[in-house]
Design a protein around this ligand. Structure first.
Ligand code: NAD
Ligand code: UDX
Length: 480
């Protein structure tokens, strides 16, 4: 079989960009991206795409209507395709067995049932979503129990490694493409078909093939290792603040060791995003189910350290602001979980802001890409607040950073947007209450010049002033 038609179920942060690049690089393949969400499909077919990714607009504009199509017609998409990507969300379960840790596979399962019900000729089904190890077994089981007579399926694992904010770049020049398949003749042939799609633009040495279970586990392992690096440097940042060391210098010295490497050693207010926390918890749950409690505890610590980091940062803000933020005005710069995305899923900003709101602060929030409704939804969500009306009265969302700063006691930087480096902080300082504070949760601003302007400057992993040497009362009530 030569792949001529691809269907992708799930037009999200992964399905949308991945299929746009496939369509762009494979003009001989027709790519149909389908989704149950009417809004999402409408947005993909409009000038305002549902997600912000640098360079994505141009790619979509070139391919849409040519060999890239977005629709809600899931049945046609499935029926016509030779190869189907399942790229739906796999969130953490919020109820039942494994609640709060296990991955919820209900969307993946519903795709498998739909494929079996609709497909009238042989198909390769590809797990693109991040799933627990051996999830392909369940998909195979559902497909073979429900398929039409004479129809055959091959199930492959092809996890996605793109990071948000750099999706196009990562998809064009990936470190590797990973494909797992059955170790049978049919399995090997299916793997080769998928390899031939990626070979349109990726060299063979970057396309790794292996058994399905290794591929599934490698995705969870990669995210766990990356998250572990962030938690490791964040653990060091606490030591730096207590000792006078500077975490950037420590990271530089450590990262120069070629066995360790320099990437993912930027200390921060904590990692966010839809993947790290969810995939770590999934890994912890798998280890527990396999009766490996020490392994589970080991990976649990990575997420515990992350929670500790953002709580520690919030406590620092409180201490510096004379142990109370009640009725103080704080400006929040950045709400997305990282720069160059409008995504706020698991953003540390949600947790820092909600702690500050609990303490009675008024927040004036500015983010260049996050839409105001999303910020309100995140801060009034039942998981972070049980009094949404009170929260709504305590926050205001701004489209101009200079307006957002007026009259505030402090600026709290929670996302490392490049534009934050360009501001006229002298003007901002003039419009603020004194002493004016700046808390840089990303350790990326020019602190020397901020101090020169007059800002009381605080950051992660370095202490400029010992102005919070003792507390008037204990802040231990603020729990992780
Ligand atoms: P997302 O929530 O942005 O998109 C998922 C889409 O699937 C939604 O639009 C939803 O409407 C749709 N959907 C759900 N069930 C459906 C069904 N039965 N039929 C049709 N459409 C359906 O999720 P995402 O961020 O794109 O992540 C998708 C998967 O990829 C997850 O498993 C995630 O862990 C993994 N992943 C995400 C990233 C990332 O950076 N976001 C990176 C690598 C891997
Ligand atoms: C991650 C993985 O990198 C990607 O391979 C996977 O496919 C999906 O999950 P993403 O969540 O989009 O991607 O962003 P990433 O760049 O990994 O950053 C995750 C979080 O860690 C962000 O909040 C980021 O600000 C934080 N981070 C990252 C740090 O705090 N310090 C660092 O050095 C790197």
């Amino acid at each position: 079989m030569v792949i001529k038609k691809i269907c992708c179920i799930g037009a999200g942060y992964v399905g949308g960009p991945t299929c746009s690049i496939i369509a762009w690089k494979c003009p001989d393949i027709s790519v149909h991206v389908v989704d149950i969400s009417e809004t999402r499909i409408k947005q993909w077919n409009s000038p305002n795409l549902p997600i912000y990714e640098p360079q994505l607009d141009e790619v979509v504009k070139e391919c849409r209507g040519r060999n890239l199509f977005f629709s809600q017609d899931i049945e046609t998409g499935i029926n016509e395709a030779d190869l189907i990507f399942i790229s739906v969300n796999t969130p953490t379960k919020t109820f039942g067995i494994g609640k709060g840790r296990a991955a919820d596979l209900k969307y993946v399962e519903s795709c498998a049932r739909k494929i079996a019900q609709i497909a009238s000729h042989d198909k390769i089904v590809v797990e693109k979503s991040t799933v627990p190890v051996r999830a392909a077994e369940s998909i195979i089981h559902i497909l073979s129990a429900n398929k039409k007579p004479g129809v055959n399926f091959q199930v492959l694992s092809n996890p996605e490694f793109l990071a948000e904010g750099t999706a196009v770049e990562n998809l064009l020049n990936p470190d590797r493409v990973l494909i797992g398949g059955e170790q049978t003749e049919e399995g090997r042939l299916a793997v080769e078909e998928l390899v031939s799609v990626y070979s349109h633009w990726i060299t063979k040495d970057k396309i790794i093939t292996m058994n399905t279970w290794s591929s599934e586990l490698s995705k969870l392992a990669s995210n766990a290792f990356l998250a572990q690096r962030v938690s490791s440097i964040n653990a060091m940042s606490a030591l730096c603040e207590a000792t006078g060391a500077d975490v950037s210098e420590v990271a530089m010295a450590v990262g120069q060791d070629s066995r360790i490497g320099s990437k993912f050693l930027q200390a921060s207010v904590g990692f966010g995003g839809s993947c790290f926390q969810k995939d770590l918890l999934n890994l912890v749950y798998i280890a527990e189910c396999l009766n490996l409690p020490e392994v589970a505890n080991y990976w649990q610590q990575v997420t515990d350290m992350n929670v500790h980091q953002r709580t520690r940062f919030t406590k620092r803000i409180l201490e510096c602001l004379f142990n109370t933020v009640t009725d103080k005005v704080l400006t929040i710069f950045g709400f997305a979980f990282k720069k160059n995305t409008g995504d706020t899923r698991e953003s540390p900003a949600i947790y820092v802001c909600s702690h500050l709101l609990e303490e009675g602060a008024h927040l004036q929030i500015y983010d260049p890409k996050v839409v105001p409704d999303q910020i309100i939804r995140d801060l009034t969500n039942v998981n972070v607040s049980n009094d949404p009306d009170r929260i709504r009265n305590l926050i205001s969302i701004h489209s101009d950073p200079y307006e957002a700063v007026k009259g505030s006691h402090a600026i709290v930087v929670l996302t490392e947007w490049d534009e934050f480096l360009m501001y006229e902080y002298k003007d901002m300082y003039a419009s603020m209450k004194k002493p004016a504070f700046i808390f840089d949760g990303r350790k990326f601003l020019d602190h020397d010049s901020l101090i020169k302007i007059g800002f009381q400057t605080e950051t992660i992993g370095k202490r400029y002033a010992r102005n919070a040497g003792f507390s008037f009362f204990s802040l231990d009530t603020l729990k992780d």
